[in-house]
Design a protein around this ligand. Sequence first.
Ligand SMILES: *[C@@H]1O[C@H](CO)[C@@H](O)[C@H](O)[C@H]1NC(C)=O
Ligand SMILES: *[C@@H]1O[C@H](CO)[C@@H](O)[C@H](O)[C@H]1NC(C)=O
Ligand SMILES: *[C@@H]1O[C@H](CO)[C@@H](O)[C@H](O)[C@H]1NC(C)=O
Ligand SMILES: *[C@@H]1O[C@H](CO)[C@@H](O)[C@H](O)[C@H]1NC(C)=O
Ligand SMILES: *[C@@H]1O[C@H](CO)[C@@H](O)[C@H](O)[C@H]1NC(C)=O
Ligand SMILES: *[C@@H]1O[C@H](CO)[C@@H](O)[C@H](O)[C@H]1NC(C)=O
Ligand SMILES: *[C@@H]1O[C@H](CO)[C@@H](O)[C@H](O)[C@H]1NC(C)=O
Ligand SMILES: *[C@@H]1O[C@H](CO)[C@@H](O)[C@H](O)[C@H]1NC(C)=O
Length: 461
Amino acid sequence: MFYLTLLGLISQILYASAITLDVDSKDSVCEATALIQKGMLDYYQGTRYGGTVGMFQPPYYWWEAGEAFGGMLENWYLCQNDTFESLISDALIYQAGSNYDYIPSNQTLVEGNDDQGVWGLTVLGAVERNLPDRDGVPGWLAISQAVFNTMYARWDTAYCGGGLRWQIYTWNSGYNYKNTISNACLFQIAARLGRYTGNNTYLEVAEKVFDWMVDVEYIVLKDVANVYDGATTNYNCSDIVQYEWSYNHGVVLGGLAYMYNATNGTSKWETALTQVLSGATTYFFKNNIMYESACQEAKTCNTDQRSFKSIFSRMLGYTRVLAPYTAATLDTLIETSAKAAAGSCDGGTDGVTCGLSWFDSTNDGYYGLGEQMSALEIINQLLVSSSGAAAEAASSGSASSPYTSSSGGNSTGDASAGLNTTSTNVLQNNLDIESKDKAGAAVATAVILAVLVGGSVWMLF
Ligand SMILES: *[C@@H]1O[C@H](CO)[C@@H](O)[C@H](O)[C@H]1NC(C)=O
Ligand SMILES: *[C@@H]1O[C@H](CO)[C@@H](O)[C@H](O)[C@H]1NC(C)=O
Ligand SMILES: *[C@@H]1O[C@H](CO)[C@@H](O)[C@H](O)[C@H]1NC(C)=O
Ligand SMILES: *[C@@H]1O[C@H](CO)[C@@H](O)[C@H](O)[C@H]1NC(C)=O
Ligand SMILES: *[C@@H]1O[C@H](CO)[C@@H](O)[C@H](O)[C@H]1NC(C)=O
Ligand SMILES: *[C@@H]1O[C@H](CO)[C@@H](O)[C@H](O)[C@H]1NC(C)=O
Ligand SMILES: *[C@@H]1O[C@H](CO)[C@@H](O)[C@H](O)[C@H]1NC(C)=O
Ligand SMILES: *[C@@H]1O[C@H](CO)[C@@H](O)[C@H](O)[C@H]1NC(C)=O
């Protein structure tokens, strides 16, 4: 770390330039985010010779790519800048996999419900922002419905009275953990499909998933609500891991905002939204500046955790728009944090590389995909807040409210998408491996890899 800090310091002295940001100018916001996205794409494989479309270079996992394209998609829409439209669209289609459900064959053996869920949230962004459907493949709405259908099919009442497990496959460690993020993603995907299509079945599922998270006390509703990380099936989900992460709070909060809006402000959802928002603002802000409280100041955030402020920021923006009464709370937090984030973007040899901490008005020595996309997504939200930049965006046509099928959204859907793609479930059911049987699981994984990818299996070990 010292070494990184020193390098950061030297590069600041040599190249200090930083990003300028005028929150009242759409052009300024969009120029700043263009620079930040350039930094993100330094890590992108898909435009390199031999690189995989839709993947960032190691150590960035597949799920984080799903998160990254979610922020770029919002920027494409809010800045009305088509430069990356085909890059985003290509990535979303390529990684959807041959069944168009975000279980691509390269990820099948390691993928969790949360990984699929985060890509699901991004593809719902494609639906709600009217990213043009691609010819010859299912529409973004149908793909979203495939994600919903395949995830909900894994709802498991055998333990803890319901819930999704973290892992899809028995052989992965974590199969006995039912985590908040997987269930929060299903909750939000259902809420968004319900609002978009007007089909009440989705809203009923969303309510069921939310009520379950409250029942097992992953979400503790009170004036300043808690959103904990999850628990194992071993003790009926009572051994709760009490970490508070911004992405858990955020995805629950965003889901609540969609429910609130889809039900025209019903008091159940308004109360829960107000309480979870109060938790989110209490746990993840200091002097109105966003931070990842469980690890950032201790400097223990891992690669995934360094990106959580990204999806959290996106969720604050949806909440601001879909529940306008939250503006009084959120506008100050968005504006102060966006300015602070821009202040951290003065590192690296380009002089515009963003840092992890936004408290310092300068890069703190961290840099990477997570830092870039977190800065992108909080600055994006200036275009949906009460800033002058948002007013300019609205008057130039990018209405901040996500489309619905009755307000101009035109993606093609298929309510039964994904329901007949059972190949992975067949594998799963025939094996029935105990997760504690590590050796057996490793052998079985090898066998399945051999079946799926033939000769190349040994290269993976
Ligand atoms: C559109 O995005 C590209 C790539 O980020 C950027 O170079 C260009 O300046 C942007 N255009 C406008 C008008 O902001
Ligand atoms: C799967 O991995 C192979 C080998 O790296 C790559 O060529 C292919 O493009 C990948 N497919 C997807 C959907 O990522
Ligand atoms: C397990 O937890 C669920 C959900 O909270 C509850 O409904 C059920 O009664 C519990 N079962 C046992 C045996 O404690
Ligand atoms: C939504 O609520 C408002 C205020 O309570 C009411 O005027 C309006 O008719 C409601 N709309 C629908 C579709 O229920
Ligand atoms: C739902 O969202 C729209 C679009 O932002 C907003 O105009 C409307 O007031 C919201 N509904 C409620 C009940 O707040
Ligand atoms: C869908 O809507 C978008 C923008 O609202 C529009 O540009 C596009 O032409 C529409 N597509 C179809 C097939 O109607
Ligand atoms: C509503 O959604 C459910 C769940 O996917 C589906 O079974 C049903 O056919 C849908 N209804 C309509 C009218 O599309
Ligand atoms: C699933 O059903 C749809 C029609 O509902 C069909 O187009 C598709 O080919 C089927 N997929 C598989 C894998 O059987």
